[in-house]
Design a protein around this ligand. Structure first.
Ligand SMILES: Cc1cc2nc3c(=O)[nH]c(=O)nc-3n(C[C@H](O)[C@H](O)[C@H](O)COP(=O)(O)OP(=O)(O)OC[C@H]3O[C@@H](n4cnc5c(N)ncnc54)[C@H](O)[C@@H]3O)c2cc1C
Length: 550
């Protein structure tokens, strides 16, 4: 393995190829380069930032507070970057990603507008061959898939969509130039996080907005506000403890008070007061009021009822309020949304809600969306239809491992990994925030940093010992997959038809993909595995094997 600076390497041969230049790929490059590995990052987009490069829709912003949804690996970086709002908007997060790329001089080892099409493992040489768009190839000992969990925008299969005469936008692949809806009749399909963020902003511009809703969502007010210097100082002074807690003790990578009681341990008035206080405070910690909201249906009902009552209070039209009230799944078991004026937007005279659960979209016409025999005329259409989450971007790459097995074939019944980091039969191929790890259930930058550090330690370990390959053992993988599943089914999560379950993609296997055991406990498991010499992973030294074979 070379320890030479990447500028002196032979062309197209690297120690590590990293796919994707979002927060995962950027930090992976920084860590590996610091260890003296030659690295190439291939990114299909035109710049860094991943999610924040693609999702430029009106109202896009993070829903974990920016002081926490930011890298912790550099003390200087976290002290010097000034977030302007409690939840930074997309342009600011993208500026931050670009700042990180410049500050740590990452761009020289990145290639943009370069999609990875295929990766094939050469068992004799223990080398991955990577095929890029345009037929170019590269080889590397290791491949890291930093391809993102929410990076494969899902275009719905709706009859007539191609015939629509006006512009069609997908929130997950938004144009770089400003889109102005002034004076237009706009339709938006989908009311997940992206829909909920964009509806109030589009409604403020459009002459009319028609919201096509299949499933109503639980949404909590963000209470976004400008960050003051004092707010920033409070975080900065306490960063060591905030970051430690998020990594080691929290379940979701967010610093917050840990509840010590269940929802039914309090009487009605006390419980209501606690929910009210969190509703007023705003944000994701609403679900941390009690310690059993994800576990106990009766406890969960108390939180769900509280939010449903809030929707009733805010939305004036009774029929619209009824349609907006989620009824068929426990609160929090679909990704909980964080909004600014979402429910209130339905009080505007220029907004109409259409229930496409009761009256599914029949067809899109050149100037309208037809549901239940009625044509809703529109000039522009927004698809807020989400992603083929967690596995979609990996599945788009044709990955062939040991014995000619493809990852898509192996994962046909659902993704199988050991710790969400590797999949048996695919040596030296790592996933960042892969299925089987906390990933989308957490503050993802915390999970990204943990995976990147683990992978960096692992490849250093291999270099020190002259190892040629490492891969998950099938038995360890099967045990982990069973554990992930078992833990999921101790909670209420599998009750919802969510994208965590793959339920938003027709034909996708219904498996609860992320690991719900908690960020802190999961980190401990990963650390223990490494401390025991990468227990559950098989290693090989090709030189030794070849000698034995000859
Ligand atoms: C609108 C939105 C808001 C979000 N808000 C939050 C939040 O508040 N808190 C939170 O924790 N998480 C949030 N997330 C999740 C977010 O995806 C992660 O926080 C994080 O940005 C993921 O970083 P990543 O590098 O793992 O993946 P990504 O940012 O998705 O980057 C992956 C990159 O890989 C590239 N890529 C994929 N396949 C290929 C290929 N074959 N060849 C070349 N390049 C490829 C993609 O183009 C992409 O740029 C949000 C997601 C969305 C969509």
């Amino acid at each position: 393995m070379s320890a030479q600076p990447s500028s002196a390497r032979p062309a197209e041969t690297y120690d590590v190829v990293v796919v994707g230049a979002g927060f995962g790929g950027m930090y992976m490059l920084h860590r590996l380069r610091g260890l003296g590995f030659s690295v190439r990052v291939y990114e299909q987009g035109g710049g860094v930032g991943g999610t924040w490069y693609w999702n430029r829709y009106p109202g896009a912003r993070c829903d974990v507070e920016s002081m926490q949804y930011s890298y912790s690996f550099s003390e200087e970086l976290q002290q010097e970057w000034d977030w302007s709002e409690r939840y930074a908007p997309q342009p600011e997060i993208l500026r931050y990603a670009n700042h990180v790329a410049d500050r740590f001089k990452l761009r020289s080892d990145m290639e943009f507008n370069m999609a990875v099409k295929a990766c094939a493992f050469d068992e004799r040489a223990n080398i991955w061959s990577v095929t890029l768009a345009g037929g170019k190839t590269a080889t590397a000992k290791f491949v890291v898939l930093a391809t993102g969990c929410l990076s494969n925008a899902r275009k719905p299969d709706i009859k007539g969509l191609e015939s629509f005469k006006g512009p069609v936008y997908h929130t997950g692949n938004w144009p770089h130039d400003e889109v102005d809806f002034t004076g237009l009749r706009v339709g938006i399909i989908g009311t997940g996080s992206s829909g909920i963020q964009s509806v109030p902003v589009i409604a403020g511009q459009a002459s009319h907005l028609t919201v096509f809703q299949r499933t109503p969502q639980f949404s909590i007010p963000a209470r976004n506000a400008p960050m003051t210097a004092a707010d920033r100082k409070r975080f900065r002074d306490n960063y060591p403890e905030i970051r430690r807690f998020a990594r080691e003790e929290s379940r979701n990578g967010i610093y917050t008070e840990l509840p010590d009681r269940g929802a039914l341990d309090d009487g009605d008035n006390e419980r209501r007061a606690k929910y009210e206080a969190r509703w007023q405070y705003g944000g994701l910690t609403f679900m941390s009021v009690y310690n059993n909201l994800a576990l106990d249906q009766a406890a969960n009902d108390t939180a769900a009822d509280f939010v449903r009552e809030k929707i009733d209070e805010i939305v004036k039209d009774r029929e619209t309020a009824g349609l907006l009230r989620p009824a068929n799944y426990p609160i929090g078991t679909k990704r909980i949304c964080i909004d600014t004026d979402y429910f209130d937007t339905f009080n505007r005279p220029n907004v109409t809600l259409v229930d496409i659960k009761a009256n599914p979209i029949e067809e899109i016409l050149p100037n309208a969306v037809r549901t239940g025999g009625k044509d809703h005329e529109i000039d522009a259409l927004v698809l807020a239809t989400g992603f083929d989450a967690m596995t979609g971007s990996v599945a788009k790459i044709d990955i062939t491992g040991r014995g000619g097995q493809t990852l898509n074939r192996k994962w046909a019944e659902g993704p199988k990994t050991y710790l969400g980091l590797m999949s048996a039969g695919f040596p030296n191929l790592f996933l960042i925030t892969g299925p089987g790890s906390p990933s989308v259930l957490s503050n993802m930058i915390v999970s990204i940093e943990q995976h990147v550090d683990w992978i960096a330690d692992c490849v250093s370990y291999m270099r020190e010992r002259g190892l040629d390959s490492m891969e998950a053992e099938t038995a360890a993988e099967e045990k982990w997959v069973a554990h992930v599943n078992e833990v999921a089914y101790t909670t209420l999560y599998p009750q919802a038809d969510s994208w965590y379950m793959g339920a938003n993609i027709p034909g996708k296997p219904r498996i609860f993909m992320p690991y719900i055991g908690g960020v802190g406990p999961y980190r401990q498991i990963c650390n223990d595995v490494a401390a025991k010499g990468y227990e559950g992973f098989a290693v090989s030294r090709a030189e030794v094997e070849r000698k034995v074979a000859s």
